[in-house]
Design a binder for this molecule. Structure first.
Ligand SMILES: O=C(O)CCC(=O)C(=O)O
Ligand SMILES: [Fe+2]
Length: 349
């Protein structure tokens, strides 16, 4: 990506401390009990509940996603990002006409990220509002844009998203149970899901003390399942003390984090946690988040079964599609306003 210009430089308080490379363990949850239908999953449900409450981040093992599916995606993604820029730009995202595809100039909170990405929808066409304006009713249908090279790319991506979608439903069921809700309580919101997979490529960076691969943020959707590689990078703002700690999965695990929609649905019983990506001067890094996001027409608000006189709703209802479109447009370019966030819908005392 060449030189590091000013657009990449993080404010002083947001830069990574490169000396803090010790890896912090997040809860590891073994999902093997799910492979045994009718078996007892009470322990699993309570472990998930504790991890969601205390960390908002956890690792899963024995998750049922074939290792080969992951390897195929890793190999295809590496081949794609190694292509010349002109080739990758043939499937470049465009602000008005194509929100999925390749992009090398994303902003998080108005600072440019040191990364390249390729996004694809889990189900296409993906239906989202065209414009953020609350009164505009136009809905766009977005189709995935597949590169010609490597030839196996599309199939590897589609197989990966099919498997990860299955895992997402399993995790959402466990989270619902952990909140005392019926296992299928979340499912209907995902019938017209706008889930997507992002392939992240972080090239080595000449100034990892100044820039980040992804600036601090919370994932705005339902749930994120992250596949990361050998190179460390992910940092999480630890809930217990607000410190930024470095987190790492393994080849056998996926890292899960709660998105802002679950936080609103459960009225802050579980919180979505800030995270960011630290860079280094020598090694490239890849990561593949799967964002499990409900349909655009979902009105997000605390569930009736959860709120009560003692636990009044902490958020006003908002339209997820409009939220998504507003955030999407803000990630394309530097703006003079802050990004939309669930805090904007918080009920003030
Ligand atoms: O690369 C990572 O480890 C995390 C990426 C991430 O947080 C994101 O793309 O939303
Ligand atoms: Fe994220």
């Amino acid at each position: 990506m060449g030189e590091l210009d000013e657009a990449f430089v993080q404010g002083l308080e947001h830069r990574a401390k490169l000396s803090a490379t010790q890896i912090e363990r997040i809860p590891v949850i073994d999902l093997s009990a799910l492979a045994n239908p009718g078996g007892n999953i009470d322990n699993l449900v309570s472990e998930i509940g504790d991890a969601c409450k205390n960390w908002g981040f956890f690792e899963v093992i024995n998750h049922g996603v074939p290792q080969e599916t992951r390897q195929k995606l890793e190999s295809a993604a590496k081949k794609f990002f190694a292509l010349p820029l002109e080739e990758k730009r043939k499937v470049r995202r465009e602000v008005k006409t194509a929100p999925v595809g390749y992009y090398e100039s994303e902003f998080t909170k108005n600072v440019r990220d040191w990364k390249e990405v390729f996004d694809y929808a889990v189900h296409d066409p993906m239906r989202t509002p065209l414009l953020p304006d609350p009164d505009d009713q136009q809905i766009s249908e977005w189709y995935n844009r597949w590169p010609q090279y490597p030839p196996e790319f599309r199939e590897a991506c589609e197989e990966y998203s099919r498997e990860l979608e299955k895992l997402s439903y399993k995790l959402m069921e466990l989270i619902a149970l952990s909140l005392g809700l019926p296992a299928d309580r979340f499912n209907s919101f995902f019938e017209e899901q706008i889930s997507f997979v992002r392939l992240n490529y972080y090239p080595p960076c000449p100034a990892p003390d100044l820039a980040l691969g992804v600036g601090r943020h919370k994932d705005s959707g339902g749930l994120t399942i992250l596949c990361d590689d050998e190179v460390v990078g992910l940092q999480v703002k630890r809930k217990s003390d607000g410190e930024w700690v470095t987190v790492k999965g393994s080849r056998e695990s996926y890292i899960i984090n709660i998105g802002e929609i679950i936080q609103v649905w459960c009225n802050d019983a579980y919180e979505s946690v800030d995270h960011r990506v630290m860079l280094n001067t020598e090694k490239e890094r890849f990561s593949f988040p799967f964002f499990f996001d409900p349909g655009h027409s979902t009105v997000v608000q605390p569930f009736e079964e959860i709120i009560s006189e003692q636990n009044p709703p902490k958020y006003r209802p908002y339209n997820w599609g409009k939220f998504f479109t507003t955030r999407r447009l803000s990630n394309f370019m530097k703006l003079n306003v802050d990004n939309i966030q669930i805090g904007d819908f918080k009920v003030r005392d």
